[in-house]
Design a protein around this ligand. Structure first.
Ligand code: PRP
Ligand code: URA
Length: 209
């Protein structure tokens, strides 16, 4: 069973509270999401392997540590996942970006696939799927299935807010994938929106409502 890492850092929790408020506008919402993404990137990369290399400082030669092992890829689920990409790219500028397009059918609430473009070497990279919202879990789970069907093996999921049923669904469908999340909310409502949640993340980022 994949682990669920709840990122309880005060900065993350404070910024998330600001994002939840209905009177927070699109500009602030986007900035806060970018900042939280950066903080979550810090946590999700905590277990990256390291190696010692020899370098020369202005004073002398010495051994110093650098990240080793697999290269990274960040995979936003369109549209709302796009709001988290810059935060990751700021801290890991060499990571490649793949895009997965999914939208929830408004009646069935099931995800519908419309796009997938991955780096050619995605299968050798450690991939971090990003999407602010984990509601029923259908979109995240399908995105991970799409990656696996294209040969990807090393996958983590980073979300901002999740419902218990969505987390359970991803754990059941992809027991090998760890989930990093800032808050586990109470439940889903009759429209499968997270309660209390923060509303429709894509609409709030892009001002489409
Ligand atoms: C939202 C959100 C997730 C999905 C979560 O996307 O960004 O991708 O819903 O719901 P689920 O866990 O029940 O699948 P949406 O389908 O609204 O598309 P958008 O980002 O383009 O607005
Ligand atoms: N998608 C969102 O953007 N918000 C929710 O609460 C559920 C799905």
């Amino acid at each position: 069973m994949g682990k669920v890492h709840v990122i309880n850092h005060p900065l993350v929790q404070h910024k998330l509270t600001l994002m939840r408020r209905e009177d927070t506008g699109a500009k602030d919402f986007r900035e806060l999401l970018g900042e939280i993404a950066m903080l979550m990137c810090y946590e999700v990369t905590r277990d990256l392997p390291m190696e010692e290399i020899e370098i020369t400082t202005p004073i002398c030669k010495c051994k110093s540590r650098v990240i080793s092992g697999k290269k990274l890829g960040v995979i936003p689920i369109l549209r709302a996942g796009l709001g988290m990409v810059d935060g990751f790219m700021k801290l890991v500028p060499t990571c490649k970006v793949g895009h997965i397009g999914l939208y929830r059918n408004p009646v069935t609430h099931k995800p519908v696939e419309y796009y997938c473009k991955l780096p050619p070497d995605a299968g050798e990279r450690e991939l971090i799927v990003v999407d602010p919202m984990l509601a029923t879990g259908g979109s995240s789970s399908d995105a991970i299935t799409m990656l696996k069907s294209r040969g990807c093996k090393y996958i983590k999921l980073v979300c901002l807010v999740g419902a218990p049923e969505g987390i359970e669904y991803v754990q059941k469908t992809h027991p090998d994938v760890d989930i990093y999340i800032a808050a586990i909310d109470e439940k889903l409502n009759e429209n499968k929106y997270i309660v209390p949640g923060l509303g429709d993340a894509g609409d709030r980022i892009f001002g489409t409502k």
